[in-house]
Design a protein around this ligand. Structure first.
Ligand SMILES: [Zn+2]
Ligand SMILES: [Zn+2]
Ligand SMILES: [Zn+2]
Length: 384
């Protein structure tokens, strides 16, 4: 026999790469992902092999055992007089609740029996098949996901419950069934699914509240309806607050840009536009300060306007406000070339406290809207 050391030695000598790991075991889903989506008839034994993680031979054997009911010793009664034959050992191992039911049940000729009512016969059949081979047909899952979630919760089959939740989360939820799934998630203690449903309801409330499911829930559980309506109102208010904050921040950023442009125009003289007392050059590209052009128009107006007082025309009123704001943010009013910077600083001393506070808050918000430190032109020192 070839020793492991010899193999390694040979590989080293020949500088061969190590052998590749074996291919992954056969997976019907990986081998044919499209089959996952193709329609198949319910109760077709061969088509139930789509969704399965157990060995194929094992799964086939358990499917044959279920379908053939070889030495079945349990009868499950379903709605409309339906019956499903099964094996006590398998059911008992798969579900502790069914184990107890079988223990307590009485039956003729050694056959025990119990009932699973309130869900369609076919849903019970899909459920019992899953207890045998841990397999289901995607089409059947689509049809009976809600029933399977309920059954897996009631009969304590956690891996089926998890699978139902995953399938519902990943494509089986829709506007029509969302209210039913939400109620079921609450009933079956599936918090993640419940949260997802709640979010979908909030995001699509108008459409959801027009569904039959909503109307049925309204009649059957008025308290739940009231709770959902309260959260919808809360979400609306939160959304409005968010929009208002966003708008406010946008305004503060615009003011910050205007402040930067103001300093730039009076300090540097905008190279694109040229000195504020001369006509702008048409062939130049706009300068880096986004608010420069708008600011420049205001500055030009201010320079030429006859009124030029705070209560004068709307443009002048605007620039007076901007000049006052600048003064609040300006680090060094003595060296500053923006008009009235010093005057506004001096006037600040005489302002009442309420107005002072209003300006301080605005200044702080503007500086923080774009920059933590306020550099390069502004400082929070004057606004705190
Ligand atoms: Zn400029
Ligand atoms: Zn004016
Ligand atoms: Zn200044």
């Amino acid at each position: 026999m070839c020793k492991m050391e010899d193999v390694v030695d040979n590989l080293v000598k020949e500088k061969m790469p190590p052998p590749a790991p074996p291919l992954p075991s056969y997976s019907p889903i990986a081998a044919n992902p499209k089959k996952f989506l193709t329609k198949s008839k319910p109760k077709d034994v061969s088509s139930t092999k789509d969704q399965c993680s157990v060995n194929i031979a094992t799964r086939d054997m358990y499917d044959r055992l279920f379908d053939g009911a070889f030495r079945a010793d349990v009868v499950i009664h379903t709605d409309d007089g339906g019956q499903i034959l099964a094996h006590a050992n398998i059911l008992g191992m798969a579900s502790p609740v069914i184990r107890n039911l079988i223990k307590k049940s009485k039956g003729k000729d050694r056959r025990r029996s119990f009932s699973i009512c309130g869900v369609p016969h076919d849903a019970v059949r899909v459920f019992i098949r899953f207890l045998y081979s841990s397999c289901y047909n995607p089409e059947e899952m689509k049809e009976y996901a809600l029933h399977l979630l309920l059954l897996s919760h009631v009969y304590v089959v956690p891996h089926l419950k998890k699978e139902c939740e995953v399938q519902l989360e990943n494509g089986l939820l829709n506007i029509e069934n969302i209210v039913d799934v939400f109620q079921l998630a609450l009933l079956c203690n599936a918090p993640r699914l419940g949260l997802i449903c709640h979010r979908v309801i909030l995001d699509n409330f108008k459409a959801v509240s027009a569904t039959d499911g909503w109307n049925v829930m309204k009649e059957a559980h008025p308290i739940l309806e009231r709770e959902i309506l309260a959260t919808v109102a809360e979400a609306d208010a939160r959304q409005k607050r968010l929009v208002r904050k966003r708008e406010e921040r946008k305004m503060h950023v615009q003011l910050y840009d205007a402040m930067e442009a103001l300093v730039h125009i009076y300090r540097d003289g905008c190279k694109t536009i040229g000195p504020h007392d001369k006509a702008p050059k048409k062939d130049k590209q706009p300068c880096g300060y986004t608010a420069c052009k708008g600011m420049e128009l205001l500055v030009r107006h201010y320079a030429s306007c006859k009124l030029r007082v705070p209560g004068g025309c709307a443009h002048c009123k605007r620039i007076w406000q901007l000049l006052e704001l600048h003064s609040r943010l300006c680090i060094d009013s003595d060296a500053c070339r923006v008009p009235l910077c010093r005057n506004f600083k001096d006037r600040t001393m005489k302002q009442n406290k309420k107005e002072e506070m209003r300006w301080k808050i605005l200044a702080r918000k503007i500086v923080r809207s774009k920059s933590i430190s306020g550099a390069p032109f502004f400082s929070l020192a004057n606004s705190t």
